[in-house]
Design a binder for this molecule. Sequence first.
Ligand code: NOJ
Length: 539
Amino acid sequence: MAVNASWWRDAVIYEVYIRSLADGSGDGVGDIAGIRSRLPYLRDLGVDAVWITPWYPSPMVDGGYDVANYRDIDPLFGTLAEAETLIGEVHGHGMRLIVDLVPNHSSDQHPWFREALAAGPGSPQRARYVFRDGNGPDQPPNDWRSVFGGPAWTQVPGGQWYLHLFAPEQPDLNWDNPQVREEFEDILRFWLDRGVDGFRVDVAHGLIKHPDLPDLGSAQEDMVHSPDRTDHPHWDRDGVHDIFRSWRRVADSYGDDRMFVAEAWVSKPERLARYVRSDELQTAFNFDFLRCSWAADSLRSVVDSCLHAMHAVGAPTTWVLSNHDVTRHLTRYGRPRTRAEGPLHDIVEPADIELGTRRARAAVLLMLALPGSAYLYQGEELGLEEVEDLPEDVLQDPTWQRSGHKVRGRDGCRVPLPWRGSRPPFGFCREQVRPWLPQPAHWQARTAEAEEAEPESMWGLYRAALRIRRAHPALGDGTLSWVDAPAEVLVFRREPGLLCVVNLSDTPFALPGHERVLLSSEQMQNGKLSTDTAAWLQV
Ligand code: NOJ
């Protein structure tokens, strides 16, 4: 690997939701063998790094975000030796690898939690989690709610309750306990020793709880609607930053090219900037961009406020449109309301897939022209939409059960990828095997094989954009300057010599003067950019 300490400042990072990329073992679930077989595809697409969602031993109550052992690989996905081989192969292809760290909670099958149950109230084993007596007979200690629905507390035999901001099978760790801190520093070293380039930090804004665990009162908040207050009892508390400073020291001891990206759903960019101060995590997902409506003024103001906040602390901005927790942006953009509320909160409305596709093509040119680093979610390069008609009996997201079958959850963005052929499983797994979630039959036109043969496909657009982005000196890290344009048209300049134009208005927009069109999301009409179209111009 070429040494480039700040590679993460402008990297394009591809999210691999491991259960759904490709199945190599023949059980219908994606795995390490599947990822290994697709590395040439990812290299050819032109991404700089891959982030792999949790692959640790897990009962899979929450798709692996319930970790029973942080230092091994679940047999469903492979072995530790295979993971080490994969890390080497990713590097061999000139890419980097980021693993998912889940520090807010473990699985209830983690040995620590089993020991805590066995040891009883007041024991050092219980002090690694958040156990409390109830607030009266059968009354939990406070009124906090789980992100997945229902109370955030579960009672154990003997009467005490434990906290779980997510499913009951995901007990929250007690980050005020030095043993927990030591353990996670050691887990970081375990994976850094194996050559990983970074960590995606799950629920980074949730680790520290108010010591008195006060009631929230009537204003219940969930993971993505962190209120604009600094004293929330479990989201975005100041105490989390000490933890990240200590992690930064661990990572830096391996060289300055190891990085973190925080998943922190906070109220505003200024709060997010606190996670990426110079002695904390280098980067954080920018969910304001993901949640923004497809409207020029909103996009412009999100871009400005995020760039401004990150610039103030010297950190790069990241950009992301989709991930394994939210409705795919192609579907969102095809709805009357294009805004994503965030995980588990999306509006279910009919989507115009043709319109969504057109906007998604423009959106990726916008995103990849912005200063900083960008995250792609597997399948968006194929133009996959959210699968909204999965039969109820296949739904696996814990939200479905926890909400009393009211909220379907996130399975619709997690459907296994289509690779080749004319019918399911489209090369995701062997012919005779059923993928863990069913794929729509019409994905025949969305397979990687079909799209690679078609330069005008979504895949063709992504590949062309990533090639230009890598080669053009104006793209990647840096700054932008807005150019005057009609209200519903975004035009900004990157130096040297690149103009990005996105037309969100109802009328065709005549391109400003330029040397040549480097790339456009649709064919130009008489030198004009039609509605919901973007272009990169050499000027
Ligand atoms: C955020 C992850 O992205 C999501 O999939 C998971 O359910 C929660 N954190 C809990 O770990």
